[in-house]
Design a protein around this ligand. Structure first.
Ligand SMILES: Cc1ncc(COP(=O)(O)O)c(C=O)c1O
Length: 414
């Protein structure tokens, strides 16, 4: 589905409306543009800011994978997986951890384990990945009912609203039973926002008061830890369980870590197997995961710095054309607006992805800069280990070139 929204019409209504009206891109169905540009662009460089999932393992990671000791992990005999799980549990301050194929499966297993009885319910943010982008797996596969709280622009939600969503009717047979609260850190749709520690503390207090559990979709929680300058365990002390992606900014080709108390992980092992996620000699992938946790966390700071540099460049170039809230650029995901209604986010992204007339002469080479139109008429660009400061400067030059051309066209200058 490719619905193109312009103007202020893409307002928030509810999650279903968001999906239909703001699906300016299918999450995974927008392929990489294959055309370099008008004829004859000879030297084309690609700066891919679509997602931090596009990273490829570098030489050190590939070597670790090639040399990994392996065994049958379904039998618990893969030493590299066991090592990775121990490293993750220690790092996260949790009793145990489990290597799972994806963030989506990690979240689904968490919901399945926390919400074990028919009629259990999970409370999620209406703009959370779990609610929007995971195909309703909680309902579809786990048989768990969801209710939503309104996600605020900083990724948090109102605690009073949260409390109002907790069901108090149990065991009256009319009502589901509230079991779990999910938070997302950093928040993807809201542009990599970092959840404040006091918010997590408050959510946990509500959960404790009503006997609920807290699960964090921490796909990018290492980015949050780096941005806040705290050990990740400081963040995770407020949650019962967490799912952390290795395959985003941390650069692994595959995999996520699910972590929590030992009894939670023992049950998670069973769910993973039922979902087809029991893998055999998977130490070749766990070896990459070890490199991610042990060597790739420090470099996330570079992504944050590059994202800020691009954001600043937008404002420096033309604050009447581009809108960015600098305080909201906390990690590696940037959301910005185009204030000129005659240049839609889709059109801007298309121009950024093509090598335009005269561009090679102006910039010294053809540049394809890939980014996506996003929620609420914005554009999303994501930094990762494949994007250097030099790539960022090139993306800035391209943005200036595209903006200059647009403004000239508008003014009738040829
Ligand atoms: C916040 C968040 N949670 C979960 C996921 C799912 O991860 P995966 O693609 O590994 O299933 C993503 C992926 O982008 C994400 O951004």
């Amino acid at each position: 589905m490719d619905v193109i929204e312009t103007g202020a019409s893409c307002m928030r209504h509810d999650a279903a409306t968001l999906l239909v009206r703001c699906a300016v891109r299918g999450y995974y169905n927008t392929g990489k543009p294959r055309f370099p540009g008008p004829s004859g662009a000879t030297h084309v460089r690609v700066v891919d800011l679509r997602s931090d999932t596009v990273t490829k393992p570098g030489p050190a990671m590939r070597q670790a994978m090639a040399e990994a000791e392996v065994g049958d992990d379904v039998m618990g005999e893969d030493p590299t997986v066991n090592d990775l799980q121990k490293i993750a549990a220690d790092m996260f301050g949790m009793e145990a951890a489990l290597f799972v194929p994806s963030g989506t499966m990690g979240n689904l297993i968490a919901v399945m384990v926390h919400c074990r009885e028919r009629g259990d319910e999970v409370i999620v943010g209406d703009l959370s990945h779990l609610h929007i982008y995971e195909q309703g797996g909680s309902a579809q596969l786990a048989g768990v009912h969801s209710t939503t709280v309104t996600t605020r622009s900083d990724g948090t939600f109102d605690l009073k609203q949260l409390e109002s969503k907790i069901r108090h009717g149990y065991p009256d047979p009319h009502y589901p039973r509230s079991r779990l609260i999910c938070v997302e850190n950093t928040h993807n749709i809201q542009g990599g926002r970092v959840l404040p520690l006091h918010f997590l503390q408050d959510v946990r207090a509500v959960a404790d008061h009503y006997g609920l559990s807290v699960h964090m979709d921490g796909a990018r929680v290492m980015n949050a830890a780096v941005a806040q300058g705290v050990p990740v365990a400081t963040i995770l002390q407020h949650t019962h369980t967490v799912s952390v992606c290795l395959s985003k900014g941390l650069g692994s080709p595959v995999g996520s870590m699910l972590a929590g108390p030992q009894d939670f992980i023992s049950r998670a092992v069973r769910c993973r197997k039922a979902l087809g996620g029991g893998m055999r000699q998977v130490g070749v992938l766990a070896a990459a995961g070890k490199v991610s946790l042990q060597e790739m966390v420090g470099r996330l700071e570079d992504d944050h710095r590059n994202a800020k540099a691009f954001a600043l460049a937008l404002l420096e170039y033309n604050p009447f054309l581009f809108g960015v809230e600098m305080a909201a650029v906390e990690t590696n995901i940037l959301r910005f607006q185009i204030k000129d209604p005659t240049l839609s986010p889709q059109e801007f992204c298309t121009r950024m992805s093509q090598v335009g007339e005269g561009e090679e002469e102006a910039l010294g080479q053809g540049l394809q800069v890939l980014m996506y139109p996003h929620f609420e008429n914005s554009i999303r660009a994501v930094w990762h280990l494949g994007i250097s400061p030099e790539d960022t400067q090139l993306a800035i030059q391209k943005m200036q070139f595209v903006a200059f051309q647009h403004l000239n066209q508008k003014a009738g200058v040829h």
